[in-house]
Every structure is written in C-alpha cells, then in structure tokens.
Design a protein around this ligand. Structure first.
Ligand SMILES: [Zn+2]
Length: 111
C-alpha cells in the first residue's frame, strides 16, 4: 500500500520458498513471515517443473504473464527482468520500497 498506493497480493513461488529453506538460519525470519498463515499476506504460486532454478522460474513466469511486479534486490535477477518489457521491479533501498519502471512509462494514466 505504502509503495504502490493500491492493494496488491504479494505472491511467493514454491521454488523461492525452497530456496529460502535451503539458505537456513540466516533467513529464518523471512521464512517465518512467508509461512505464517496468520499474516495471510502471501499467496503461494505452485511451480510446475520441480527443481528449476528460482530465477529461471520467475523470468519464465513474468515473460508469459505480464501481470506481475518482481520484488528482488538480487542484482543478476534485476538485470534479467529489465530485459523483459512491461515488468516493473520492486526493491528496497535506504529502508524504503521503490519501484523501477512503473507502468506510466507504458502509457497508463497518471494520478
Ligand atoms: Zn518455481
């Protein structure tokens, strides 16, 4: 809400969950937030191909369905997403959420 000025549904894919699980202790807070049913914040997106590298899965997903904003601070993933037209990127810098390539760059109405 604070960043986009609109209600949106954060989603997390099976492969990203698996990746966080593999990362272990250091990321246990992220895992707990993503898993906690009380938050009801994350919609789980099932992955069809098991064992796919998460970045590949996300790139494939947003290439096929242009309805997502990708939230990442991973430099390599950002670089790959930038090559796909019409897919904004959400990231955190200076403790704030930011959006790169907002849709008004693509002719959506301004407010
Ligand atoms: Zn996946």
């Amino acid at each position: 809400m604070g960043c986009l000025w609109v209600r949106c549904i954060p989603c997390i894919t099976d492969c990203v969950m698996a990746e966080i699980e593999k990362l272990g202790q250091k990321y246990r807070v992220a895992l707990r937030i993503a898993k906690d049913p009380r938050f009801e914040r994350f919609e789980r997106l099932p992955c069809t191909q098991k064992g796919t590298y998460a970045d590949d899965c996300l790139v494939q997903r947003v290439t096929q369905h242009k309805c997502y904003i990708v939230a990442t601070v991973d430099r390599d993933l950002k670089r790959r997403i930038r090559k796909i037209p019409g897919v904004p990127i959400m990231y955190i810098s200076n403790h704030r959420y930011n959006i790169e390539r907002m849709p008004d760059d693509y002719g959506a109405p301004r407010f």
